[in-house]
Design a protein around this ligand. Sequence first.
Ligand code: HEC
Ligand code: HEC
Length: 229
Amino acid sequence: MRYHFQFTVLAFSALFLVSCGSSETEKTPAKEEPAAEKALAGNATKGKSLYMTCATCHGQNAEGMQALGAPALANQEPYYLKNQLQNFRTNKRGVHEKDAFGAQMAPMAKVLDSDGILDVIAYIKTMPSPTIEQTLEDGDVEAGKNYYNMICGACHGNGAVGIEALFSPRLVGMQDWYLERQLNNFRAGYRGMEAGDTYGAQMQQIAAAIPDDKTVKDVVAYINSLNAE
Ligand code: HEC
Ligand code: HEC
């Protein structure tokens, strides 16, 4: 009799444990944040003090400063900002002897550790979206649109907003003088040629196939036209 009772209790508690266990596993996935958000959980308050140095070149609101060659950061996607800061920090960008602007940025990334990178990005993402000035005078928007749709759109997306899964940046919302310089840096092999720069190398090959300077200007003129929308 007593033996039977103990058995029932054991069986009952075993059942109870099993049911707890399964409800636990049902709940876990719902609670989990998407990997990207988790990886970019920075502290904006800490980031604000780190950003003081950056403001000298990128501006108080990360709107960019043409005179110093520093692009707007406030419109750019967090995953891409993170990759580029890591690239500068680990000598995958800004090391070519002819990459004068990259050389100014690289030492700035080297003072950040991996938490610092997330913190400064969290602060940048609190800033309002800056208005982007247009400086490019020539460039055929229609021709640029055709080239963009034929070559670039597959990786940078419709409307040039970037595709996180491909690690490709947003292009709309970046200054024309900066886009033109990056395309020419890739074409000349000043960017995208360092060992370990997987995504830069993909872009470098595409840029190297751009037939001429006019096509670069056309595509940038098309991206400018998206800014105006
Ligand atoms: C001395 C001026 C200077 C300072 C200070 C500086 N930057 Fe830069 N930064 C630049 C320049 C110039 C470029 C463009 C490099 C190029 O043309 O490849 C750049 C590029 C970048 C890029 C790449 C953007 C893109 O779309 O690829 C990021 C991200 C960036 N800076 C973040 C920062 C952060 C964060 C700080 C502060 C820790 C900082 N910068 C401080 C000058 C500076
Ligand atoms: C195979 C995919 C692919 C194609 C096609 C492609 N890109 Fe890219 N592009 C990338 C990736 C990935 C990066 C980021 C490289 C890095 O991490 O340094 C990039 C970076 C860039 C940058 C640098 C932006 C910045 O903020 O520094 C510009 C400008 C650019 N691409 C323009 C273009 C244009 C214009 C075309 C069409 C002629 C094009 N891309 C086609 C994948 C692509």
